[in-house]
Design a protein around this ligand. Structure first.
Ligand code: NDP
Ligand code: 2IT
Length: 448
C-alpha cells in the first residue's frame, strides 16, 4: 500500500482479513484509502467517528439461489447477489451484472466504486451492485426470460423505487431489464421506477442507452481541452463492443475522432479507415454475435484473436470499455511508446494499479472510471426523476443535462486534486471529491 499512515494500513489489513480471496475488492479499496490520506489529516473526526471503517463495510449483502429451467427441461442453479453498500446520500443505486466470472468479490468491488461515482454525479443516489454468475451468452430468449423471472422473484423482496434501484451492466441490457421489470410488477402489483434502463414505452429515459459512452466522451473532452488537446483529428482505440464501447465510439466520431478498434473477449478488430459503428451495432445489439463477424462486411480490416493485444495498436487516446483489469503495465508502456497521450476509463477499473501509476508518472492524461463513466448512472438518476414526475424529457434536454453533469464531475475532481496538493491527478481528485460528500453525510446522520 502506497502510504505510511498506520491507521489506513490497519483498515486495509482488516479489509483483507475479513474479505479473503476477493482481490478486486481489495484493489478498489486500496486506491480509495491511499487517496484520502490527506483528507484524514485535515479531518481527524472521520477517524474518531469510524467513518472510514464503516465505508468499507457494506450495509447489507444479499446472496441467493436462482433456479431456472432450460429449453430441454433441465434445471440449473445459479447464484444471485445484491450488495447494498451505502445509502447515506440516497437510495441504493447500481447495475446488475450477469457473467460467469461474477462472485461476491466482483460485486463488492463494483458496489464500493459505485458509492463514490454516484456521489460525484451530484445526484441523490447511494451505492450498490448486484448480479449473477449466469451466462446469457448462447441462451435462448426464453431461457433468459425464465432466468430473469427467477432472479427477480427473490430480488424483489429487497428493492423498491425508494430503497434500491438496479440497472444494467455487463450481460444486462434492455431485454433483461424488461423481463425483470415485468416480473417485479407482477409480484408487487405496482408500476414503479424500480429499475432504470427501461424501455421507452414503460418509463425509460431517452439517452440512457447512450449515456455511459457519450458521458465518457464529454468528460474526456473536458480533460483534453484543459490540456490543450481535443478528440478532433485524433485516433482513438476503444476496447469492448458492448453498450459502453459502442456509444463511446459513436460520440468520439461525432466529436471528430477516428476510432480504429473494437473487441470482445475473443479478439479485436483493427480498421484503419475507421470502425463501421452501425455494423458493430448490428452484430452485437441485434444478432448478439461475435466481433469477428465484422470481417464478413469489411474484409480489409484486421482481426487479432487475442483481446489483450489491443493496446499494441497505435492511437492518441485509449478508451478501455470492456472489463476490469484489461490493461496492464506492459500495455501502458506500449501505448506510451506509440504516442498515446490520454487514457479514459469507460469500464469499471479496467486499468491495473501499476498501469495507472505508469500513466501518471509519464504525463499521460488519465480519466478514472468513477468520474469518467459516471454518465450512465447519472442518466439513470435522471430516469428516476422522470419516473417520479410521471413525465419524460426529450433527447436534447437529457443529453444537455448529462453534458453539464460530466463537465461538473471533471471540474470537481480536478478542483479536489488541486485543493489537496495533487494537481492533475484525477484519481486522487475523484476519490476525494466522491468520499467527502458521503463521509460528511454519514457524520451528520450518526454512525452508531
Ligand atoms: P456489455 O455486456 O454490453 O459489453 C461488455 C463488453 O466487454 C463485451 O464486448 C464483452 O465481450 C467484453 N467483456 C466482458 N467481459 C470480458 C472479459 N472478462 N474479458 C474481455 N472482454 C470482456 O457491458 P457494458 O458495455 O455495459 O459494460 C462494459 C464495462 O463498462 C463494464 O466494466 C461495466 O461495469 C462498465 N460500465 C457499464 C455501464 C453501463 O451503463 N452499462 C456504466 C458504467 C460502467 P464478450 O461479448 O466476449 O463477453
Ligand atoms: O457501473 C455503473 O455505473 C453501471 N453499470 C450503471 C448503474 C446504473 O444504475 O445505471
Amino acid at each position: 500500500m502506497k502510504t505510511e499512515n498506520e491507521y489506513l494500513k490497519g483498515v486495509m489489513e482488516r479489509v483483507i482479513e475479513r474479505n479473503r480471496n476477493e482481490p478486486e475488492f481489495h484493489q478498489a479499496v486500496e486506491e480509495v484509502l491511499e487517496s484520502i490520506e490527506p483528507v484524514l489529516e485535515r479531518r481527524p473526526e472521520f477517524i474518531r467517528m469510524g467513518i472510514v471503517e464503516a465505508i468499507v463495510e457494506p450495509e447489507r449483502i444479499i446472496k441467493f439461489r436462482v433456479p431456472w429451467v432450460d429449453d430441454d427441461g433441465v434445471v440449473h442453479i445459479n447464484r444471485g447477489f445484491r450488495v447494498q453498500f451505502n445509502s447515506a446520500i440516497g437510495p441504493y443505486k447500481g447495475g446488475l451484472r450477469f457473467h460467469p466470472s461474477v462472485y461476491e468479490g466482483i460485486i463488492k468491488f463494483l458496489g464500493f466504486e459505485q458509492i463514490f461515482k454516484n456521489s460525484l454525479t451530484g445526484l441523490p443516489i447511494g451505492g450498490a451492485k448486484g448480479g449473477s454468475d449466469f451466462d446469457p451468452k448462447g441462451k435462448s430468449d426464453m431461457e433468459v426470460m425464465r432466468f430473469c423471472q427467477s432472479f427477480m422473484t427473490e430480488l424483489s423482496k429487497h428493492i423498491g423505487s425508494n430503497t434500491d434501484v438496479p440497472a444494467g451492466d455487463i450481460g444486462v441490457g434492455a431485454r433483461e431489464i424488461g423481463y425483470m421489470f415485468g416480473q417485479y410488477k407482477r409480484i408487487r402489483n405496482g408500476f414503479t421506477g424500480v429499475l432504470t434502463g427501461k424501455g421507452l414505452n414503460y418509463g425509460g429515459s431517452l439517452v440512457r442507452t447512450q449515456a455511459t459512452g457519450y458521458g465518457l466522451c464529454y468528460f474526456t473532452e473536458e480533460m483534453l481541452n484543459d490540456n490543450g488537446k481535443s478528440f478532433k483529428g485524433s485516433t482513438v482505440s476503444v476496447s469492448g463492443s458492448g453498450n459502453v464501447a459502442i456509444y463511446a465510439a459513436e460520440k468520439a466520431v461525432q466529436m471528430g475522432a477516428r476510432v480504429v478498434t473494437v473487441s470482445d473477449s475473443d479478439g479485436y478488430i483493427y480498421d484503419e479507415k475507421g470502425i463501421d459503428i452501425e455494423l458493430v451495432k448490428k452484430i452485437k445489439e441485434v444478432k448478439r454475435g461475435r466481433i469477428k463477424e465484422y470481417l464478413e462486411a469489411h474484409s480489409d480490416a484486421l482481426y487479432v484473436p487475442d483481446c489483450r493485444k489491443i493496446w499494441e495498436v497505435k492511437c492518441d487516446i485509449a478508451l478501455p470499455c470492456a472489463t476490469e483489469n484489461e490493461l496492464n503495465v506492459e500495455a501502458a508502456e506500449k501505448l506510451h511508446k506509440n504516442g498515446c497521450f490520454a487514457v479514459s476509463e469507460g469500464a469499471n477499473m479496467p486499468c491495473e494499479p501499476s498501469a495507472i501509476s505508469y500513466f501518471l508518472e509519464n504525463g499521460i492524461l488519465f480519466g478514472p472510471a468513477k468520474a469518467a463513466n459516471a454518465g450512465g448512472v447519472a442518466t439513470s438518476a435522471l430516469e428516476m426523476t422522470q419516473n417520479s414526475l410521471r413525465y419524460s424529457w426529450d433527447f436534447e434536454k437529457v443529453d444537455g443535462m448529462l453534458k453539464d453533469i460530466m463537465k461538473n464531475i471533471y471540474k470537481n475532481a480536478a478542483g479536489a486534486a488541486k485543493d489537496y496538493g495533487r494537481q492533475g491527478n484525477l484519481v486522487v481528485g475523484a476519490n476525494i471529491a466522491g468520499f467527502l460528500k458521503v463521509a460528511d453525510t454519514m457524520l451528520s446522520q450518526g454512525t452508531v
